[in-house]
Design a binder for this molecule. Structure first.
Ligand SMILES: Nc1ncnc2c1ncn2[C@@H]1O[C@H](COP(=O)(O)OP(=O)(O)OP(=O)(O)O)[C@@H](O)[C@H]1O
Ligand SMILES: [Mg+2]
Length: 379
């Protein structure tokens, strides 16, 4: 059986296909500078292949957590688990065939590397009976397989590089198909990049990255110059799972979106200099101890099983809010509003700033669905 997913359109307007079975055997490297559209490309690939194959995403910025809501991936917040816990989670995810997102947001570089290595180790070390095919996507792979030593400890670097090398060099027999994306090819360890035989090359500016790309693809340096002119979302594809000849393509749309979208320009708030001075230079709040975002749940197996059954259940219909509930929520919104207006400096603050604080507090209270808009707030 051949399963081809559609990544978008070729420059000639034909569907651009990616052969999933071939990909499992040959792995993929995506490269392009910041903003070239790599994460969007990975999201398209993950969404299109989700019905066909188990997947996991090593997600340094928490970009992919939204896949959980739509496609049933279990989001694992690495910040809340030990390395040992994550290793076990990796093994269990494979045993129970649950797709996962390893969210490494909020950790420093050292801990991102250690915890990703532990989780990848779990995927890799699982017993032979569980070597089901699986896509393992690593975004910003240069963080986990850096070409040169950085500021992290040698031990962390060794663990992480070892896990990435295992994934890309020895993972295939165990059913693991590595898909790695990087902003800077020159910063990615050579042995890790060299194992991929499919490439999607996006916009690249620096000569040193272009030279590495040309070497990897067996192209003339002059030919690789064309990567400079690619637009956001445009990639050059090459490899057995994509195309035997270099092929230009444009990545298609996605169903889900990243949590952190591209910043858009918006009108500046109107505020007098004196207001600004009072807000910006107000006394700092007292120091508080940072509390974890969510209480840690010790039993990952329970979470994995719950996610699996959730993924199998049909999507529930949007719950209807009763009139009583609605009135109760409005009352709570009013209370938040009164609390904000009761602050001694409320009269000095511009309306936009007050509104922002109001919205944030409502969200914290779980009242996002009944927040009035700015004109209503103004009234
Ligand atoms: N093919 C596309 N179609 C529509 N929008 C796209 C496409 N590719 C990228 N974008 C949009 O462009 C922005 C940047 O894309 P993306 O985040 O994927 O870049 P990136 O290469 O991952 O950058 P970074 O290396 O900084 O993470 C996003 O808002 C994304 O939604
Ligand atoms: Mg990205």
């Amino acid at each position: 059986m051949t399963v081809a997913i559609e990544m978008g359109q070729t420059t000639a307007g034909a569907p651009a296909k990616l052969d999933l079975e071939e990909l499992l055997a040959t792995r993929l490297l995506v490269q392009g500078n910041s903003g070239s559209g790599k994460s969007h490309l990975l999201r398209r690939l993950l969404e299109q292949s989700a019905p066909w194959v188990q997947q996991t995403i090593i997600d340094p910025e928490g970009d992919f957590v939204s896949l959980g809501d739509r496609y049933g991936h279990l989001v694992i917040d690495a910040e809340q688990h030990t390395e040992r816990g994550l290793q076990a989670a990796g093994e269990r995810a494979r045993m129970h065939r649950v797709s996962t997102v390893l969210n490494l947001e909020g950790l420093d570089a050292e801990n991102q590397m250690r915890r990703a290595a532990a989780f990848l180790g779990g995927l890799f070390e699982v017993a032979r009976d569980h070597w089901y095919p699986m896509l393992v996507v690593v975004d910003e792979a240069q963080l986990f397989a850096p070409a040169v030593a950085g500021e992290v400890s040698d031990e962390a670097r060794k663990l992480s590089l070892g896990a990435m090398t295992n994934l890309m060099c020895r993972g295939r027999k165990r059913g693991l198909a590595g898909i790695i994306a990087t902003q800077r090819l020159a910063k990615l360890a050579k042995n890790v990049a060299a194992e991929a035989s499919n490439f999607l090359m996006g916009r690249t500016f620096l000569d040193i990255d272009m030279a590495r790309a040309a070497d990897l693809l067996g192209m003339e340096r002059r030919q690789a110059e064309a990567f400079r002119d690619l637009e956001r979302g445009q990639f050059m594809a090459l490899g057995p799972a994509l195309s035997r000849r270099p092929l230009g393509l444009r990545i298609g749309p996605t169903d889900t979106s990243p949590r952190n979208g591209t910043p858009r320009l918006m009108a500046m708030p109107e505020s007098a200099l004196e207001d600004a001075r009072a807000i910006i230079l107000a006394a700092p709040p007292p120091e508080t101890v940072r509390t974890p975002r969510r209480p840690a749940s010790p039993d990952l197996l329970d979470q994995l099983m719950a996610a699996k059954s959730a993924a199998l259940r049909p999507e529930p219909a949007e719950p209807q809010i009763s009139a009583e509930d609605l009135a109760e929520r409005r009352e709570r919104v009013d209370r938040v509003l009164r609390a904000i207006l009761a602050q001694p400096d409320a009269g000095f603050r511009v309306i936009g700033v007050l509104y922002q604080e109001f919205v944030v507090r409502c969200r914290i209270e779980g009242l996002a669905s009944v927040v009035p808009d700015l004109p209503e707030f103004r009234r």
